[in-house]
Design a binder for this molecule. Structure first.
Ligand code: 26V
Length: 818
């Protein structure tokens, strides 16, 4: 908690390098005479950390003194990427770091190899949380991130014989000094147990949750500096620790091994991130993770609030909680439990406080991704919460019946509990009923929430729904990952674009300047060569940096339609083999992404890509014009290499399925042209960069619905499109898997039989034609570079600074404190 002014630490005034050397000896206990790159890295980390900590301490004090309203951002996932370069940049310490490293002949790039990346998220949702944390610090908001310190992040992906193999990501094996453990002041978190009823002096019925198992929650803090503004915020990640008393009682009973086993079981809760970014697995451990981190977080919030000595009704005036998806939505009944059972506040007042405190962001409309939990499980694991959920529901449905008398079906549709063979709690309904704000993440997505997914709720709570189109941080996704382009931009614009991305508009006129276009192209080429080197090293394949770098990098999912991309690549290959004399624009197709370990279809698609790649890359007739690369273990670091080197960005989900996409923004910001469907934020990107500078194709969301209603018949397309048929027949033969003709029959059937939900073939022709246009226009260098510049120029809107400002003004009501 905030230090009193007199105890405030003195700001460091020694040189960064001096401190690094000091830390190598005194903090790490290593000889600092001739530090190797590991020592230099760790020494630097500690020296940078000192500078963040002193700022953090003074910022905390400031929040307290200014009685600021605080934002709590609750997320089961964060994907911050590597820290060192980002933190040096934000703190303005880059050149000091270079000076230090030069003394020992290391570059920052070499040093960065030592750092491992925290993979505490699956993809878009976790990365969004990190972009927002960066913007909140840069805007100087009193904001606190909360999540779990998983011992194992998302699995490391290896490709063996073309197939994905999952390896554990033991990211903490060397320790991690960016994370500060706080072993003092742990919170006990209860599971299972029973609810006891009692009457207070006024005869009011009270509840008390007792017994069960206790697990301790320990904080690990990660710091997020704002960009050159002296501001530092914190992401608090909870780690599960064994409960001492519990262990002791078993010790006394003489069961030594048994008690140690219990201890290990408790630590399981924060052991590993669930590696699926859709279909929730419905496992008890996952629900335990959710409650564990939420309960510890709410304890922190309540503890800080109590120190202010304010009446409870001011809790929502001094705090706001943003729920990243429904994963932390158990926070709503948890706060109710605290207010009702511990603070003895009446239901009406407690519920009033809750509904003013919480806000919920939805990130998906895939029905299988909407979270539910069996009532039976909830009743056992969190008996008091289940009672509270029943009561919330009872009162809510009573209200609904009263206001919508002529709609007898409405209550069952909006109920927090669904009937069916197994009763489940619908977490999205809980989050909607318990929040004052519900937002989608792109204009189209929010519209779909209004029209379809949450249509009933729009009528019940018309004022709660709003849109906040996603954004990305320009610090990591331009300034840091694309140094050459950043310099060029700053040369013409000054440096303010880093925190005011709308400034990029001013390069629009430079698109007509030949010299600028030349410089632009050189930057892009530098980045492409760097990627080509990486591909050579990792995949042993030489690619032509002048070819079109066409990239699809994202999680593997049928709705994202990596298959559409592969089908087209195969047809290009066929075309080339049949017409060896035609000149074709050389193309390099690059894939990256992980499949959930139990998602067999997605893993087959990865296998197909690798088989097609092997075949095409080894064909001497086509190898100068066509290459297919699968980059293993796609993560933030790899993305930072890929994004600035991409010419064509593939954003080809079935319209209506991708809530927003944020990769689409990263590529376009760095001057890639998008080939995309009218889905998620692609639509808004088109509006900002101009329709001439984006390649939108295929069915729009309404057309997808219409076609589904009319009856989608992929066989018809198969029969009528000879080129497509040939490709599909190749997949359904041993063409890419000699001797094994059924390797891809699952994929073949998914596209043709059973009416493919994602309608891959429906968009095939439009997609292929659009690619033809792209190849043609890429050949016109002036035209292409102009379009590339206009993409960057138009992307200012997609800064996470803009997005966070909208959240701040429309939802949170917090103010910058810098
Ligand atoms: C996540 C998880 C995580 C692990 C366990 C099971 C489970 C079930 C559902 C979900 C929902 C994930 C939703 C998600 O990641 N959505 C993505 O969010 C991005 C940021 O808003 C957005 O850009 C992507 O379009 C959207 O797919």
């Amino acid at each position: 908690e905030p230090l009193a002014e007199s105890e405030a630490p003195q700001a460091r005034n020694s040189a960064l390098g001096e401190d690094a050397l000091w830390h190598i000896l005194y903090s790490l206990g290593r000889d600092n005479a001739h530090p190797d790159k590991h020592k230099c890295y760790w020494g630097l980390v500690l020296a940078v950390r000192d500078r963040m900590l002193e700022k953090w301490a003074s910022v905390q004090r400031q929040y307290y003194e200014n009685d600021d309203k605080r934002l709590y951002y609750l997320s089961l996932e964060f994907l911050p990427g590597k820290f060192l370069r980002e933190n040096l940049l934000s703190l303005g310490l880059e050149s000091e770091a270079h000076t230090f490293l030069r003394k020992y002949s290391f570059s920052l790039d070499q040093i960065m190899d030592v750092e491992c990346e925290p993979g505490l998220g699956n993809g878009g949702l976790g990365r969004l949380a990190s972009c927002y944390m960066d913007s909140m610090a840069t805007l100087g908001l009193p904001a606190f991130g909360y999540g779990i310190r998983y011992s194992y992040g998302l699995f490391r992906q290896e490709i063996r014989n073309g197939r994905q193999v999952e390896m554990p990501d033991n990211w903490l094996h060397e320790g991690n000094h960016w994370l500060i453990p706080r072993p003092h002041g742990l919170y006990p978190i209860r599971f299972y147990g029973t609810v006891h009823e009692w009457q207070d002096d006024d005869g009011t019925l009270r509840h008390d949750w007792r017994g069960g198992d206790i697990v301790m929650a320990m904080a690990n803090d990660m710091y997020v500096p704002g960009y050159r503004n002296g501001h530092v915020n914190c992401i608090r990640l909870w780690e599960a620790r064994p409960h001492k008393e519990f262990v002791l009682s078993s010790f006394n009973a003489g069961d030594y091994i048994g008690s140690v086993q219990e201890k290990i079981k408790d630590e399981n809760i924060s052991m590993v991130l669930y590696p699926s970014d859709d279909a929730p697995e419905g496992k008890t451990l996952r629900l335990k993770q959710q409650y564990f981190f939420v309960a510890a977080t709410m304890r922190d919030l309540v503890r800080r609030f109590k120190k202010l000595n304010k009446p409870w009704d001011q809790l929502p005036e001094k705090n706001v909680v943003q729920l990243n998806e429904t994963h932390p939505s158990i926070a709503i009944p948890e706060l109710m439990r605290i207010l009702l059972d511990e603070e003895l506040i009446c239901w009406e007042d407690s519920w009033f406080i809750c509904q003013k405190l919480f806000a919920y962001t939805n990130h998906t409309i895939l029905p299988e991704a909407l979270e539910t939990w069996p009532v039976e499980l909830m009743e056992r694991l969190l008996p008091r919460h289940m009672q509270i959920i029943y009561e919330i529901n009872r009162r809510f449905l009573e209200d609904v019946r009263l206001h919508f008398r002529d709609e007898p079906d409405l209550p069952s549709r909006v109920s927090l509990i669904s009937d069916g063979p197994e009763k489940v709690v619908r977490m999205s309904h809980l989050a909607i009923v318990g929040s004052f704000s519900i937002n989608g993440v792109s204009a189209l997505h929010t519209q779909i929430l209004r029209d379809r997914v949450f249509h009933d709720f729009i009528r019940i709570f018309p004022d709660r729904f709003n849109n906040k189109t996603n954004g990305i941080t320009p610090r990591r996704w331009l300034r840091q990952c694309n140094v050459s382009l950043s310099w060029l931009l700053s040369e013409h614009l000054g440096c303010d674009w880093v925190t005011d991305l709308d400034q990029l508009e001013r390069i629009r006129e430079l698109a007509d300047d030949e010299e600028f276009r030349h410089d632009w192209e050189q930057c892009r080429l530098t980045n492409k060569k760097r990627l080509a080197d990486h591909i050579e090293k990792r995949n042993g394949i030489t690619v032509n940096p002048h070819s079109i770098f066409d990239v699809q990098a994202k999680r593997f999912h049928e709705y994202k339609r990596q298959l559409l991309n592969v089908l087209h690549i195969i047809s290009l290959y066929n075309h080339l083999r049949k017409n060896p004399e035609v000149m074709m624009q050389p193309r390099t197709f690059i894939f990256g992404g992980k499949a959930a370990p139990s998602y067999w279809m997605a893993k087959d698609i990865i296998y197909l890509i690798n088989c097609v790649a092997r075949r095409i890359n080894s064909d001497p007739h086509t190898r100068n014009v066509l290459k297919v690369i699968f980059l293993a273990n796609y993560n933030i670091s790899l993305s930072q290499l890929l994004v600035p080197a991409t010419d064509v960005s593939e954003q080809i989900s079935t319209a209506g399925y991708e809530a927003s996409g944020t990769g689409n923004m990263k590529f376009a910001l760095n001057g890639a042209l998008t080939i995309g469907t009218r889905d998620g934020a692609n639509i808004e990107i088109g509006e900002r960069v101009g329709q001439d500078n984006i390649y939108l194709f295929g069915l729009c969301e309404q057309e997808v619905l219409d076609m589904r209603n009319r009856g989608y018949d992929p066989w018809e397309l198969y029969k009528n499109d000879g080129e497509l048929r040939e490709v599909l027949d190749m997949i359904n033969s041993d063409e890419f898997t000699p001797g094994n003709p059924t390797a891809f029959s699952g994929i073949f059937n998914s596209l043709l039989s059973g009416g493919d939900r994602f309608m891959v073939l429906a968009d095939y022709r439009a997609y292929a034609e659009t690619h033809q246009r792209i190849a043609h226009e890429f050949g016109d260098r002036e035209l292409w570079i102009r379009k590339s510049i206009l993409n960057t120029a138009g992307m200012g809107f997609f800064s996470s600074d803009r997005a966070v400002r909208e959240y701040m003004d429309d939802i949170w009501g917090v103010k910058p404190d810098v």
